[in-house]
Each structure stands twice: as structure tokens, then as C-alpha cells.
Design a binder for this molecule. Sequence first.
Ligand SMILES: *Cc1c(COP(=O)(O)O)cnc(C)c1O
Length: 224
Amino acid sequence: MSVTEKLTSFKKQLPPTVQLVVVSKTQPASTILEAYQTGQRQFGENKVQELLAKYEQLPKDIEWHLIGHLQTNKVKYIAPFVNLIQSVDSLKLLQEIDKQAGKNNRIIHCLLQIYIANEETKFGLSFEEAQTLVNSEEFRLLKNIRLTGLMGIASNTGNQQQIRNEFHSLKKFLNQLQTTHPSISILSMGMSSDYKIAIEEGSTLIRVGSTIFGERPKLQSQQQ
Ligand SMILES: *Cc1c(COP(=O)(O)O)cnc(C)c1O
């Protein structure tokens, strides 16, 4: 099946309430263009350099999401055009995004990445840290960002119940945050291996790559 066919049939089975972000990391611009031509506009990349290169080459009405770890010193490169930064994992990063958004006369939408997996991974806030962040005076002062939701990555495990529990805990936390911050409403969870469980557990946005493009080559320099 071609990318066009896979993407078209994949979209057909999604509930209308769930947004699809096509994860295009490692894919060449020509392949992304194929997906674009089916009407897909939201694409996700996990590296700033790669995102910049693709932004230059591809149509300007693509909505680019950053889904990988972002260093504060690289925010300035993507601030002019990025649509949603899904991987915010500190107040310091949020403050830098706010500053760069201001310089570009933009409001940048952000998600907090929450650590829900039961395994060693470097990035993401705990529920407590995220709660403290949104309650802080520093957060209240930010004018050029809009915190619109949460993102989580479940454990890389065959244990479906564990994955379900992790997604469930994130949905519960979102509900709790919404009692004081109703505008935090996007729940980004689910990738190729677990999007069905994620949707059952309340996901409103899934990030899917290999189901549409096929397996990525496993290069040593790549994290995923
Ligand atoms: C790579 C990646 C995905 C997509 O993974 P697939 O298994 O190819 O669907 C989703 N989210 C993040 C954060 C990623 O890095």
C-alpha cells in the first residue's frame, strides 16, 4: 500500500474527536508531501534541525508540532513558525518559549510533557511538578504562550493493562487540572503501538508514524 492509501484508510477508522498528528521524523520531504496531498496538515518532528530543514522545503500551511526534547537555546529557531510544542518539560523552557514568541509577535501553543512510563526516561514532569508549575506566579505572568494540554508516552511494554493504567492516570490528572484551568484540554497520547488504548482512555490527539510510513530504519544516532 502507498502512503496515500495507508493514511486514508487509517483516518477512516479514527473517531472524529481525535486529531491525528503524522510523525514524519526520518521521512524525506517527498514522502511528507504525499501525505500532505491527502489533506493531512499536522506533522510532528522530534529534532529541531530536521524540523527546520523540512519547514524550508515544504508548503507553508503545514502545522508543525515539535514532539521531542527541546533545549532552551534552540527555541529561537522554531519560534517563528512552530504550531504546537508538545514536549515542554520545565518552567524555564516555557519562559524561553514565551520570550521568543513575544519577539515574533506570536502566541505559541504548548503542551506539558508528563512522565507516565514506568521506565528510565530522561524527560517529562511528574504530576506534582506539573501542578506546581501551573499554580505558580511565574506561569501566570507568561503572556505569549498558551498552555492547551498535556502529552504523555506510555511504557514500551507488551503489557496492555500497564499501558492502559498509565494513560488512565494522565486522563485523571487532566480532569483534575481542568477544575482550575479549563483551557488545558488537549490530551496527546497514543502512537502506532498503543493509539487504540489511548483513544479508549480519552486521548484527543494521537501521534502516529510507522503505521503510516512503515518501520523507521533503526540508526544508532536515533533515540526512537
Ligand atoms: C516517534 C514518536 C512517535 C511515533 O511513533 P510511531 O511508533 O512511529 O507511531 C510518537 N511520539 C513521539 C514523542 C515520538 O518520538
